[in-house]
Design a protein around this ligand. Sequence first.
Ligand code: OSB
Ligand code: MG
Length: 373
Amino acid sequence: MSIEIRSVELRRVELPLVRPFRTSFGESRDKVAILVRLDAGDVAGWGECAADLEPDFSEEWIDGAWAALTSFLVPSLMAGGPLERPEEVAERLRWVRGHRMAKAALEGAVLDAWLRSRGESLAAFLGAERDRVPCGVSVGIAPTPERMIEEIAGYVERGYRRVKLKIEPGRDVEIVRAVAEAFPGVPLTVDANAAYSLVEAPVFEALDELGLLLIEQPLAHDDLLDHARLQARLRTPICLDESIRHARDAAAAIELGACRVINIKPGRVGGYLEAKRVHDVARDQGIPVWIGGMLETGVGRAGNVAAAAMPGVALPGDTSASDRYFHEDLTAPFMLDADGTMAVPKGPGIGVEPLPERLSATTTRVELLRPDA
Ligand code: OSB
Ligand code: MG
């Protein structure tokens, strides 16, 4: 049951978002992603690259990831011949430093094909123990508190179990207080996307009074020490996102006291296998985790929802329904039940496939790579 790669197809897809998504580093109006389709003869596998158009959330970006995939990652993967185990993908790509989102897309496609050939779901492979997962929603920065409250009211009505507010300097304590007062009893979190420094600790001391579930990535993307210093001054748990690149970062962050919660994004850490390792490290240390998102299409969302079913995932994730992002997803839509939970895909691999007509309607670039080319 080895995977023999016949070809790897890269596709750039572009989907308009239902509303612009604004964070501390800018605004997105469209979701642009690279999809990877791996043809292994009897089976095919799909992966999605989480990189965005610009290198703001991470050092990676779409065109850079495309170049990393075509120049180095796909050729290195193919050069090794048939694959017996999904772990061999990371082994073949290890010499390329970084580029975790690009690697995750490729590993995801191999893993999907490998699991399909065995008839096993990604959720089962990851040790999932649930068939439904509770979901939260991430709310972009709105021009006014009133607009933010209006948007949130819609999500709360839909059943979302937790609301995450994006904050930035100047749009933080007052907005968050207004939302907390408007929605008493709704679990609230904030995400600063690394927009602050330790001298702004008083902002977080003020947020500390608002009963938030957690404060996500307040300080620099590559910092642990200042996060530990800030955490020592707060009762509210700090949750790291950008700062956790792999399981070793997770172990270091926990030992340093830099966080008390971790946001796991399979794309950010280089794939589902490393996401599971981050989960395992945190679980051993009694640190709750949840599954984040990067506004993925149904292909990436399927894997994120499978990961959210792992036993150590203790908080609702940013695994929102398709209609929170898109008028039409690439796959059959992911739907939220009135109780704020979503079904974990059960079929082999990621359990979903992009719909051919949606693929052709959204694709703006294609490149096919073959082993001997
Ligand atoms: O920091 O969690 C983040 C989206 C894009 C990039 C970074 C982040 C986000 C989100 C939205 O917060 C998560 C989602 O709904 O997919
Ligand atoms: Mg975040």
